[in-house]
Ligand binder design. Structure first.
Ligand code: SP5
Ligand code: ZN
Length: 342
């Protein structure tokens, strides 16, 4: 399977508020090395094509995009330290709809979590990451059965107008848009990252041309805390086109895989003609920030099941923070998929 990858992510490494300490983010540049090392022998690496900026505008609001393009310049001009981040967010008992003009105000308005910040090279890296997703989707619309975008930074937490959860541009949504423009009338999203794909859900919540599914740590105990409950099913034209599978801490492979079957069946039943897999492997038992118990040996079966749907498939890298085993776990999914399609 072609793997779309680039070195342009390397200078992006944000700071995150972990408990009470600002630390170098768990979402590290070394993650890409781990995945490349595990894929190099069996999969060709290809470079990204030029980003089609109109895709960014399909997925994100114009005022968000213009803020993100200039936030670092503004932050540096005010000399406020190594990473730009919010300190206050418009929340339930505030009016909240007025877009601020101050830098601190905008950082709160266009962000939603203190696990995420902007450094000098963040926006450049995020745009290349989106180009990786675009390219993988174009490889698939060009006739390949599947492709993998080794995206970094990840994307599934980024909403129409907010960064957070280590995500700035929603790469999975970019891939969906490429597939939609190429004529796929309805696209399925299978979000298997340990965390709820709140951004992807937000972007497609009122649409019936995208069937969004997510399996994740129950927001009753896990980030992002406020979305991903089973009763979130879409609204308006999109009612019935979102499916959430929140699962308890300590979930083992068998119940997790049963949820995956339900999600894939729902995507097939909805008549989707292509699928985007938000491929997080922070479901791994040794992941340092997560609480599911999948083993390295479990990942090939995931790829096999996805392949059984018989659909053109775009795999997008999301989370996974056990860096030493990250590559092997991703390779398990991709190799399982390929073995099933051979
Ligand atoms: C793409 C993705 O997987 N984003 C995940 C963002 C989760 N951020 C909140 C993590 C909180 C981690 N606290 C763990 C404490 C361990 N010492
Ligand atoms: Zn995650």
């Amino acid at each position: 399977m072609q793997v779309v990858t680039s070195d342009d992510h390397l200078k992006h490494h944000a700071l995150e508020l972990d408990s009470t300490t600002l630390i170098p983010s768990w979402e590290t540049p070394t993650r890409v090395d781990s995945v490349r090392k595990a894929l190099a022998a069996d999969h060709p690496f290809v470079a990204p094509r030029t980003l089609d900026e109109s895709l960014l505008h399909s997925v994100h609001d114009a005022d968000y995009l213009s803020f993100m393009a200039t936030v670092w310049e503004r932050w540096a001009a005010e000399e406020r330290g190594p990473a730009a981040m919010g300190v206050a967010w418009p929340s339930r008992r505030m009016a909240g709809n007025r877009r601020p003009t101050s830098l601190r105000g905008l950082l709160g308005y266009h962000g939603f979590a203190a696990d995420c910040s902007v450094v000098a090279d963040t926006w450049a890296a995020a745009k290349i990451s989106a180009a990786l997703a675009q390219t993988a989707a174009e490889i698939v619309t060009g006739g390949e059965r599947a492709a993998f975008a080794l995206c970094r930074p990840p994307g599934h937490h980024a909403t129409r107008d907010q960064f957070g959860g280590y995500c700035y541009i929603n790469n999975a949504a970019i891939a969906v848009e490429v597939l939609r423009r190429a004529g796929h009338a309805r696209v399925g999203v299978l979000d298997i990252d340990y965390h709820h794909g709140n951004g992807t859900q937000d972007i497609f919540y009122e649409r019936n041309d995208v069937f969004m599914t997510s399996i994740h740590g129950d927001p009753a105990f896990e980030f992002p805390y406020f979305t991903g409950f089973a009763d979130e099913i879409g609204s308006g034209a999109g009612a019935g086109f979102t499916r959430n599978e929140p699962l308890p801490a300590g979930t083992e492979f068998e119940p997790w895989f049963a949820a995956l079957r339900r999600c894939l069946d729902a995507i097939i039943d909805a008549g989707c003609s292509a699928v985007v897999v938000s491929t997080g492997v922070d479901t791994f038992t040794e992941d340092p920030i997560s609480q599911f118990r999948l083993a390295t040996d479990d990942y090939p079966a995931i790829g096999q099941l996805v392949a059984s749907a018989g659909l053109p498939t775009v795999f997008i890298m999301e989370g996974g923070y056990a860096v030493d085993e990250l590559g092997e776990n991703v390779a398990g999914i991709l190799n399982g998929f390929e073995e099933a399609t051979r």
